[in-house]
Design a protein around this ligand. Structure first.
Ligand code: NAD
Length: 456
């Protein structure tokens, strides 16, 4: 606890001394971060293979490649993001100038999960460093190899007064949360999110909570079935379904259910081979606890594809479940694994009501060609973000904010939204001393009707 306290204090002093304010300094840090990732690429591939059996291809497309893009995007835009934004002043403020300054918060805590253990640790750090903060990162203890690598490569690259990793289990996070931070950025489950928010409230520390939930994928009768199946299979079974925005369940128009199921099975075979359990490129389940939790779900409905597993390697086949009802156990919690239950609907409006009644999802996907219905889905249901005729892919566009709503989280990041999340928007009115309009003062000679016009 004492070491943690000293670390936070050192970062606070470093920040207070104004070390992180300069544009060039921030730019250098982003470049250093990118070089660090490049230099350690082979160790990164190895760590992710150890933690999750991730292939190089998947590690690059879902972790490293994403981070390189975020860093490049920040480098290209940092100067304009940092510039004070001039805003108009109303007639009542004539003679003054108004602008908004993006001010760093100070010392921020980033707590990350195990499922994309590199991306979800470093992406918030990119935003926090761009915005001129000092960062303490607490990676998930469940992705041990990546956590250790993060600690060692960040220690070798950055001064601990700017950016440091604290490894450990829940007791360490609890010790960290006793400290006063200027911002806390948490990615993980909704249950732990509540613990984080409670602890943050003790210091009135603002938080971003990137949480999870059950993200539906709706497939309507006019959807392009083969392409829908291909995109859904990729979105669901990448990282063996351990993706916060993976389609949790399919909600399919009954007329196309059979055709879609056939197309999905075909795509599973095409993307993961006949025997995914022995596919070098298929991700495993993070640990035995989650492995057993997921196998328990196979008691719901009827397995129509997959269902096999290998305990020694913690692998579960891409699995499709039919004959599912909303009451089944698998429909009560986020699945977070390679099991895809299918529910059907007759009428899209009923389907939308059914989804709207539930917790607000982190993501929602609609597959169908009718633009009116697409619009209806977007307007009628609240969710963090999503896609029409695609799934998961929206999060890789740096021009789109990424975050949840309601029980799926609060706040957002990626691209400029991350920079803004880690900056306090400070309002400044620069007033002239050349004139001083009297209307705001008591005893003003102007009658109220004129004042009303000025202040309109
Ligand atoms: P988790 O909530 O169990 O753990 C996340 C982090 O919190 C870890 O660093 C862990 O050490 C810490 N932690 C765990 N218990 C704690 C406690 N009692 N007190 C303090 N800290 C604690 O989540 P997870 O299992 O690592 O990740 C899976 C969840 O994260 C899923 O719900 C998933 O949807 C969600 N998730 C969300 C996003 C997103 O961007 N919205 C991304 C990935 C994962």
């Amino acid at each position: 606890m004492e070491r943690i306290h000293t670390l936070v204090e050192n970062q606070r002093t470093f920040f207070m001394n104004g070390n992180t304010i300069d544009y060039e300094y921030r730019k250098e840090n982003l470049k250093k971060l990118k070089k660090m990732l490049k230099d350690y690429e082979s160790e990164i591939y190895y760590a992710l293979k150890q933690d999750l059996n991730k292939s190089k291809h998947e590690t690059f497309t879902t972790e490293l490649g994403f981070l390189y893009s975020e860093i490049d995007f920040a480098l290209r835009n940092l100067r304009s993001w940092m510039a004070p934004a001039k805003v108009p002043s109303p007639l009542s403020h004539k003679g003054s100038k108004s602008y908004i300054i993006q001010e760093p918060y100070g010392v921020v805590l980033v707590i990350s999960p195990w499922n994309y253990p590199l991306q979800l640790a470093i992406a918030p750090a990119i935003a926090a460093l761009s915005a001129g903060n000092c960062v303490i990162l607490k990676p998930s203890e469940h992705a041990k190899a990546t956590s250790q690598l993060l600690a060692s490569m960040i220690q070798a690259t950055f001064d601990s007064s700017l950016f440091h990793v604290v490894e450990g289990e829940v007791d360490i996070t609890e010790a960290l949360l006793k400290e006063k931070f200027d911002y806390i950025f948490f990615t993980g489950s909704s249950n732990v999110g509540k613990i984080i928010m409670r602890a943050a409230s003790e210091h009135l520390t603002p938080v971003t909570l990137e949480l999870g939930g059950k993200s539906p994928a709706i497939v309507d009768e006019d959807a392009n079935i083969n392409l829908t199946a291909k995109r859904l299979v990729w979105a669901k079974f990448t990282n063996a379904g351990q993706t916060c925005v993976a389609p949790d369940y399919l909600y399919v128009h009954e007329r196309v259910k059979f055709k879609l199921m056939k197309a999905i099975v075909k795509q599973i075979k095409s993307l993961y081979g006949k025997n995914p359990l022995y596919n070098e490129d298929y991700t495993r389940i993070i640990n035995e606890k989650h492995f057993n939790r997921l196998l328990h779900y196979l008691d719901s409905g009827k397995v129509i594809h997959g269902g096999n597993s290998e305990e020694s390697t913690l692998m579960i086949e891409p699995t499709i479940l039919d004959k599912i009802t909303w009451q089944d156990e698998i429909m009560q919690e986020e699945i977070f694994g390679p099991i895809l239950p299918i529910l059907t609907f007759k009428n899209i409006e009923d389907a939308l009501y059914e989804i709207k009644r539930r917790d607000k999802a982190l993501a929602l996907y609609y597959f169908g060609e009718n633009e009116k219905i697409q619009q209806q889905v977007i307007e009628f249901i609240q969710f963090g973000g999503g896609a029409i005729n695609d799934a998961v892919y929206h999060l890789a566009n740096p021009y789109l904010p990424f975050g949840g709503v309601g029980s799926s989280g609060m706040g957002q990041y990626h691209g400029k939204f991350g920079f803004e999340t880690f900056s306090h928007q400070k309002s400044i009115l620069k007033q002239t001393t050349k004139i001083d309009f009297p209307f705001r003062y008591p005893g003003s000679k102007l009658n109220t009707s004129v004042v009303k016009k000025i202040m309109k």
